[in-house]
Ligand binder design. Structure first.
Ligand code: SIN
Length: 286
């Protein structure tokens, strides 16, 4: 096993963890170094993993309490902590959430308590396409022009599953009355302070639809501008998946976006554990 090393993926964010065992079973000192690297780099890539669902869950649980995704029917049978994503089938039945996350977002941004982190494992991946894009929202905040920083200072954006479900999931059934009650609109600060590192990131995503203190058109235009700003190539890392890759991302300071692939030709089966989070903190803007 090579020595533990964190090799940058881009000049500004993301790193690949080298020298960890393929099961991710490690001693406390190694784990502490991995956790610190995750917090420092925002996303951490592992290659050549060979994890059982138990090992996937056990590693993620060392980072914090696990979140169970709802509705439950795309969670791995026997392992409610593992969400299956993709077009894999078993016995002629889809076992994964199809076309999940195709649009920049952070997990749970449309909930009162968004998820702190997520850990996506490539179990079966297409030979071409099906990449995941990651955006560095700390870098985006740092580079944001001063007048835009002042414009968003102290403001929150509204995230609405109700208003945007049909836009982002046109291929899924409409929300039931029960699901609508479970997913009321929520408001989160646009300048977000990371609860562990204290750093400020730009917090905006595809479920945002309104800005506090602005009329509809002005708010929508600002959201569009902020999203376009954060999606510039200088803030993006594109990950092309190989079987056994896994990416651990910090939802509090990064965004991600799944991309398409030829679903008639390939099977893409990803398994994701998800960390519980905390109420997003408003960052002071100087
Ligand atoms: C997700 O949003 O968690 C899915 C990302 C992917 O499948 O590439």
């Amino acid at each position: 096993m090579p020595a533990l090393e964190f090799r940058p993926l881009t000049p500004t964010f993301g790193a690949e963890a080298i020298g960890v065992p393929p099961t991710l079973e490690m001693d406390d000192a190694t784990f502490a170094a991995v956790e610190a690297a995750w917090l420092r780099h925002g996303i951490l890539l592992f290659r050549g993993l060979d994890m059982t669902p138990e090992q996937h869950i056990a590693f993620t649980r060392r980072l914090g309490p696990l979140h169970i995704m709802h509705p439950l029917h795309f969670n791995l049978p026997g392992y409610p902590e593992v969400l299956v994503i993709g077009n894999a089938q078993e016995g002629g039945k889809a076992i994964g959430l199809p076309r999940a996350g195709m649009g920049f977002h952070s997990d749970g941004e449309d909930k009162a308590i968004p998820n702190a982190g997520s850990f996506l494992y490539g179990v079966q991946v297409p030979d071409e396409e099906g990449d995941t894009l990651f955006a560095d929202m700390l870098g985006a905040w740092d580079a944001l022009p001063a007048e835009l920083k002042q414009k968003v200072a102290g403001r929150r954006a509204c995230y609405s599953r109700l208003r945007l479900h049909h836009v982002h999931y046109p291929h899924l059934p409409a929300l039931t009355e029960e699901q609508k009650k479970e997913r009321p609109d929520v408001w989160h600060p646009i300048a977000r302070r990371h609860p562990v590192t204290g750093r400020t990131s730009l917090f905006i995503g595809r479920w945002a639809c309104e800005v506090e203190g602005m009329d509809k058109e002005e708010g929508e235009a600002l959201i569009k501008e902020l999203i376009a700003f954060s999606q510039q190539p200088r803030f993006i890392y594109r990950h092309h998946w190989l079987k056994g890759d896994a990416v651990l991302w910090d939802n509090r300071c990064t965004q991600h976006c799944a991309t398409g692939f030829d679903e008639a030709k390939y099977t893409r089966r990803m398994q994701r554990t998800t960390l519980e989070g905390s109420v997003p903190l408003l960052a002071e803007v100087a």
